[in-house]
Design a protein around this ligand. Structure first.
Ligand SMILES: [Zn+2]
Length: 232
């Protein structure tokens, strides 16, 4: 499901297949040179089971690209953190891409179902010790009493609580301060979910029309806004 972007006549044209003529001005694109060459947009979704030691996000039901029909707010993480109301589910992978995730039935170790996820890597390649210990830490953590099924609460003690508590457990083992829900959401999640939201919006526009034309000035304003919010 690729999305292409063509830049021409102060407009950005998003499409599935590059057209011979610019849909904004009618100009011939084949003779327009390199600046009008179509660029394939980076798809923000990954095969989660191929992402070792990562924080994964997927819809609770269905998949991002096929089933999230209405744009509205497909990825609603409030900046104060996950509230349990949104239809998203999160988990943490071990070194083999098995996804540890918590719900009302307790901790699942999923070998499938996360084929289309937003993935946030958690361990850098030079963290040797942590790379070695990761699977044991995750397994031991999952056996704690806090993650028994009856402890689950949709708003306060959910999949997000589990994943963030594990990240904080690892951070504390390395002498770092724990992250609050709001800190984690703002610094780590929102940059990824914003990118995925933009991609989903384009994807959904292109389900109805062949082209989605965005005047360049508007696009520039949007990217300024995105940069600003990252630096807040
Ligand atoms: Zn044009």
């Amino acid at each position: 499901m690729e999305v292409l972007r063509v830049r021409h006549c102060r407009a950005l044209v998003y499409c599935r297949r590059a057209p011979p003529r610019c849909p904004a001005c009618g100009g011939d694109l084949r003779s327009a040179g390199l600046t009008a060459a179509p660029v394939r947009l980076h798809c923000p979704f990954r095969h989660g089971h191929g992402q070792p030691r990562a924080f994964l996000i997927r819809p609770t039901r269905g998949t991002f690209l096929e089933d999230v029909a209405v744009p509205q707010q497909p990825l609603c993480f409030a900046s104060s953190g996950y509230d349990g109301d949104s239809d998203l589910h999160v988990g943490i992978t071990n070194s083999k891409g098995v996804v540890y995730n918590y719900d009302q039935e307790g901790v699942h170790r999923a070998g499938s179902g996360w084929e289309q996820s937003i993935s946030i890597p958690l361990v850098q390649p030079d963290m040797w010790e942590l790379l070695q210990q990761w699977d044991d830490l995750l397994e031991e953590f999952s056996l704690e009493e806090a993650w028994l099924p009856h402890r689950y609460q949709e708003q306060q003690h959910n999949c997000f609580t589990f994943a963030l508590a594990f990240i904080n457990c690892v951070r504390q083992g390395r002498g770092r301060q724990p992250l609050s829900k709001a800190q984690f959401t703002e610094s780590f999640l929102l940059p990824h979910t914003r990118e995925a939201s933009r991609f989903l919006t384009l994807h959904q526009q292109l389900a109805h029309t062949d082209f989605y034309i965005m005047p360049l000035a508007e696009q520039e304003q949007e990217s300024v806004a995105a940069k600003h919010s990252l630096l807040e």
